[in-house]
Every structure is written in C-alpha cells, then in structure tokens.
Design a protein around this ligand. Structure first.
Ligand SMILES: C[S@@+](CC[C@H](N)C(=O)[O-])C[C@H]1O[C@@H](n2cnc3c(N)ncnc32)[C@H](O)[C@@H]1O
Length: 230
C-alpha cells in the first residue's frame, strides 16, 4: 500500500491509509446493523437496487437463468441487494448470504424469512468462502469490495465459486464527492470504472460491462460492473 509523502523543508510528511481489521469492521457493522436497513430505505437505496435489477433485466445483460437459481450475495448486510434481486428477477432464487457481521446476518435472515425467500447465511470473510468451486449461478455484491485491503484476493475467491459462464454483478462506490465523504466516514476505498475493470479483467472475468444506477442518490455514489467467468 503506497503512502503519500511530502518533503517540507527538513520534514517529511507521510499519509497512509489504515484498514480496520476484520474484527473491528465486524463490530462497526454490528453497531450499525440496527439502523442500516431503515437508512438504506430512507436514502433510496432499496428502491434503487430494485430499479437497477429491472434495468439490467430490460437491457438483456443477465443470463437466461433456469429455475432453482443459486445466487451468492457476498457482504449481504441486511439483504437489501438480495431482496431486490429476488423480488425483481426470480422470487424462487436460493440466496446464500455471506458477511463478517453477525448482527447484519441476523437481520438479513429476518428480512429474507419475512419475504419467504429461500436462503442460507454464513458468517465468513469473502476472501475465504466455505463453498465448493463453481457452485453458484451468479454472485452479487454491493459495496463490499471497498472494504478489502486487497480487492483482487476477494475477487479471485468470488470467481472460484462461480460456474463457468456465470456472472459477477458488483456495485462499488465511485471516487466522486459523495463517495469521498462515505470513504472518510467508513474508511472504505472507492473505484473508478477503469480500476474496477482492470481488477475484474485480472481475475479472469470477461465480457465486462458497466452501468450507472438508474435512480436517486446511488447515481452519485455508486456504479455497477458485470463480468462473466470464462
Ligand atoms: C456497506 S455494507 C453493504 C451491505 C449490503 N451489501 C448493502 O448493500 O446494504 C458492507 C457489508 O460488507 C460486510 N463486509 C465487510 N468486509 C467483509 C468481508 N471481508 N467479508 C464479508 N463481509 C464483509 C460488512 O459487514 C457489511 O455488512
């Protein structure tokens, strides 16, 4: 991780980002979990997630999935991205949610149960998924890659569990004004389209496409990348 350095007279000033440990991050999200879903709803993220899935479906960029769809949501949080997926794409989807925060997972379980969405949840780091190779029809992930000190490692592990031809659909924070404010508060990274594209390409994803969020505040904070396992 590169530090920024300036030499001023006889002084060298150095600025380097420090990532929280998994345990610190898990505690931070445990604390945030009680308000998280309501904040997402008030800020328009739940609506924007649904609109995003609808627009991807309309644009014909998603595969023609069969029944018994198995989707893994990496960093599922309170399941907002998964709920929007199941409600828009296929309510019979089997969701497998992974997160490091037990409290986020507890709420994800409640939300998915209330809406009768078949699911399993795992308290795990996305960099070490407890699943066999090539077992999912798709992986979805919203605003999680930004928390990994080595995002390539996380993406490699995600690609491992994708079936050949299956997509990764990933939403990330972009390095614009609001993204930078979020970064200041949560200590996450931001990605430009070029940076995300290079990362996805390096881990072997192909047919990359990038989309803005269609509505609301998310248009300013985030964008989405899609890539398929070769
Ligand atoms: C910004 S929240 C996004 C949650 C959800 N995807 C959403 O859109 O509301 C980031 C989530 O990623 C989880 N997370 C962060 N680092 C993780 C890691 N290494 N492995 C698994 N989950 C992680 C956090 O606990 C948190 O629930």
């Amino acid at each position: 991780m590169k530090a920024m350095e300036w030499t001023i007279g006889w002084w060298r000033v150095s600025l380097q980002r420090v990532y929280p440990t998994v345990s610190q991050l898990s505690q931070t999200y445990d604390k945030a979990s009680f308000q998280w879903h309501e904040h997402l709803r008030l800020l328009g993220y739940c609506h924007a997630y649904r609109k995003l899935w609808q627009s991807l479906k309309d644009a014909n960029v998603l595969p023609h999935w069969q029944d018994n769809l198995k989707i893994c949501d990496c960093g599922i949080g309170t399941a907002a991205f998964s709920l929007a997926f199941a409600q828009t794409i296929d309510p019979k989807t089997q969701i497998t949610g992974v997160d490091i925060s037990p409290q986020m997972l507890k709420i994800a379980h409640q939300k998915l149960s209330q809406t009768n969405i078949s699911h399993q949840i795992y308290q795990r780091d996305v960099r070490s998924l407890p699943f066999a190779d090539e077992c999912f029809d798709g992986v979805i992930s919203a605003h999680v890659l930004e928390h990994l000190p080595n995002p390539e490692q996380g993406l490699k592990e995600i690609v491992r569990v994708l079936r050949p031809g299956a997509p990764l659909i990933i939403a990330v924070t972009q390095p614009k004004f609001i993204g930078r404010l979020i970064q200041w508060h949560w200590g996450n990274s931001c990605f430009s389209q070029k940076e995300l594209s290079e990362l996805m390409y390096e881990v072997g994803l192909i047919n990359l496409k990038f989309f803005p969020f269609p509505v609301g505040l998310t248009r300013l904070t985030s964008f989405v990348g899609i890539g398929f396992k070769n």
